[in-house]
Design a binder for this molecule. Structure first.
Ligand SMILES: NC(=O)c1ccc[n+]([C@@H]2O[C@H](COP(=O)([O-])OP(=O)(O)OC[C@H]3O[C@@H](n4cnc5c(N)ncnc54)[C@H](OP(=O)(O)O)[C@@H]3O)[C@@H](O)[C@H]2O)c1
Length: 387
């Protein structure tokens, strides 16, 4: 029988790679529904090709536009709550959450409460609500399969091992486009330079996060929650070739690493088929193509976002919320050419220092506080760092 799948964020980079897998494995998975935000063109293509039962639009204008059209096989709905209802009521086996940012939290939350498997690309939901999500997933026996290539690699390396046997988790990082940029040249970085990732083709927010290395910081917090290990055991190592997707060092001194192509279809497929391994569309990886592999220590001075993330992670849920919301705000300002690249860590650091909010205790409070911090961080960034 086919597995019934709901794909949140189908129009994005991960969403499109996931659809490629479904195309290749149409005998195993059925796309029951998907969500899109603003990308009408791609959403229409998905409806025409996959004929899902439901298409959810989370952006009102986009929904108003598509509503004028008729699709006999697909029901068009508006709002993230409609996506949650489908996850709750339509016998979904797997939710793949590839929405970007804190906006993905509600899908993660409904998935761990209602389905048996969540394939999770939306790292931000674990950053801002990791303790609550992991607890709920355990209570409801929902498996969280990491889609992030690093965590997927750690998951594979840990196969059959318990987490008390971990000495260290080594998350690899490409180092992004500014790995070799001098500190004094960071103030000259332009948007188009920051959007050119050397190895991965991704959505704009994660591409900027990779350039500041906040992405790796968010992944450190994600790893802490997914694998239930302390921050003192999570290390980052720069590996510019991005062939080693991450490693686990065990207490007996042995390391297990997972290697593969820089193609997100690898980890996405494994998160869907686990524990099975199926033939994939991206198996043509040539180990000899890259003759030298490098491993370099991260530079916290040039990439302060990484340090801020470790600090926020150690400090707990409220700080992680502030870190993530302020970063989303700062990246938004940078993408809109309102601030310099170097202002991103400054805005995050300012917000971490000056917040006097009380710690949220449930998902609704997290969503409210996250939205509030994001709004305040945009105002702060525009006032203090506009150029
Ligand atoms: N791309 C990668 O290679 C990669 C690797 C590892 C992890 N991840 C993680 O996967 C997630 C998605 O990344 P991506 O690169 O695929 O991002 P992306 O290309 O920007 O796609 C984001 C998706 O989220 C939707 N979306 C945007 N804002 C939304 C909102 N407010 N409410 C609901 N949906 C919204 C977008 O819809 P529209 O396009 O219709 O507007 C799109 O479908 C991120 O958490 C990222 O960190 C990505």
């Amino acid at each position: 029988m086919k597995q019934r799948l709901f794909l949140a964020g189908a129009t994005g980079s991960i969403g499109q790679s996931a659809l490629d897998i479904l195309r290749n494995m149409s005998d195993k998975f059925q796309l029951v529904g998907f969500s899109a935000h603003r990308n009408l063109l791609i959403a229409k293509k998905i409806i025409n090709e996959f004929k899902p039962e439901f298409a959810i639009f989370t952006h009102e204008e986009t929904y108003k536009q598509i509503k004028r059209e008729k699709y006999s096989d697909t029901k068009l709905l508006f709002g993230i709550k409609e996506a949650c209802k489908i996850i709750q009521n339509e016998n979904i086996d797997i939710v793949l959450n590839s929405i970007v940012g804190g906006a993905g939290l509600i899908i993660t939350h409904y998935a761990v409460e209602n389905v048996k498997r969540l394939a999770l690309a939306n790292k931000e939901s674990l950053v801002i609500a990791g303790d609550i999500i992991i607890k709920k997933a355990k209570e409801n026996e929902c498996e969280i399969l990491p889609v992030d290539s690093e965590h997927n690699a750690v998951f594979q390396a840990l196969s059959g091992e318990t987490n008390e046997k971990i000495r260290k988790i080594w998350l690899t990082a490409s180092g992004g486009p500014f790995l070799h940029t001098k500190k004094e040249d960071f103030c000259k970085i332009t948007l188009s330079q920051a959007l050119k990732h050397p190895n991965w083709d991704m959505g704009s927010k994660i591409t900027i996060d990779s350039a500041t290395m906040m992405n790796k910081g968010l992944e450190v917090i994600e790893a802490h929650h997914l694998f239930e290990v302390g921050y003192e055991k999570i290390y980052v190592v720069i590996h510019p070739e991005s062939v080693i997707h991450s490693m686990v060092e065990f207490v007996d001194g042995n390391f297990i690493a997972q290697l593969g192509k820089t193609d997100m279809r690898g980890p996405i497929q494994y998160s869907l088929t686990y524990p099975e391994r199926e033939r994939s569309v991206n198996h043509d990886f040539d180990l000899f193509e890259i003759s030298k592999y490098h491993l370099i220590r991260p530079d916290f001075e040039r990439f302060p976002c990484l340090l801020l993330a470790y600090k926020a992670g150690r400090s707990g849920l409220l700080s992680c919320n502030i870190l993530n919301a302020a970063n989303e705000a700062a990246v938004y300002l940078f993408l809109n050419k309102k601030i310099h690249f170097t202002s991103i860590p400054k805005i995050v650091s300012d917000m971490l220092e000056k917040s006097d909010l009380r710690c949220p205790t449930n998902i609704d409070e997290i969503i409210a506080i996250h939205d509030e911090i994001k709004k305040k961080a945009i105002e702060h960034g525009e006032k203090e760092y506009s150029w």
